[in-house]
Write a protein that binds this ligand. Structure first.
Ligand code: SF4
Length: 251
């Protein structure tokens, strides 16, 4: 599917008018884009809330996930609980086998701890490239990002252009607080990742995520050995981020 700039702008305009609630935005998005929009799920508490909303709107809504090969067992478990409860076929994407084999052969199993550059290399192989494949047949994707989550997400829009992947990105719960999300999940009895009960507030790959202490930023447990401005994996980079990375500002 090739999405022209004009098409993206038309959808951006139509959807921006519907952002007063996550449900109204999702409803309009599904109506306009059908199977050409999908939710990217890491089975975070935000993503399971969105799956619940989306399935209520369209039981056949498209959901995809990235299996990096380094996820926690609790993450697979909640993915399975969600699949069974909502009867959805999650489309899993895996990294390219030869690239993973090359990486661990040349640099070992924990190269991401050695430098930001190595960490980004691992994320590029295990997450960013599979994401590109997942997005290649879509005109828009939905994420569970929220402004409150970190310093890198404070200006997040409900609907924005993903200029790196050349499609629209919807962040329906951008304005929700953590309490809003948990209220919703508990009220609707949505299955959630049990690592949250052990002090985790943001869950990624097992070796790159830890529980946080009271008062820490929600994403402080991700790549905790790095400084806050580096804490994105490349899934949500903008063109500006990529330019900075090229010039060394963000590496
Ligand atoms: S989060 Fe860690 S293990 Fe997962 S892809 Fe990124 S660097 Fe690799």
């Amino acid at each position: 599917v090739s999405t022209t700039e004009q098409e993206i702008n038309t959808y951006l305009e139509a959807l921006s008018e519907e952002a007063e609630s996550p449900q109204s935005l999702l409803r309009k998005a599904v109506e306009l884009l059908g199977s050409e929009i999908a939710l990217a799920s890491s089975f975070s508490v935000e993503d399971v809330a969105l799956i619940h909303m989306l399935v209520e709107i369209d039981p056949n809504a498209r959901v995809f996930a990235l299996d990096t090969g380094r996820l926690n067992d609790e993450t697979y478990q909640v993915a399975e609980d969600i699949r069974v409860k909502y009867g959805i076929n999650v489309r899993w994407y895996f990294p390219e086998k030869l690239k993973v084999q090359g990486l661990v052969r040349d640099k070992g199993l924990y190269s991401f701890r050695e430098s930001v550059e190595n960490r980004k290399e691992c994320c590029a192989i295990r997450k960013v490239e599979p994401l590109g494949r997942a997005l290649s047949s879509l005109k828009a994707w939905i994420t569970g990002q929220r402004r409150e989550q970190s310093v890198t997400r404070q200006t997040l829009e409900f609907v924005e252009i993903d200029s790196v992947n050349q499609l629209l990105k919807l962040n329906p719960i951008a304005a929700w607080t953590s309490n809003d999300v948990w209220d919703y999940v508990k009220r609707h009895e949505v299955p959630y990742n049990k690592l949250y009960d052990k002090g985790f507030t943001s869950i990624g790959c097992a070796p790159c995520t830890r529980a946080i202490s009271a008062g820490e930023d929600e994403r402080a447990g991700r790549w905790w050995w790095e400084s806050p401005e580096h804490k994105e994996c490349g899934l949500h980079f903008t063109e500006e981020d990529l330019k900075q990375a090229d010039t060394g500002d963000k590496t």
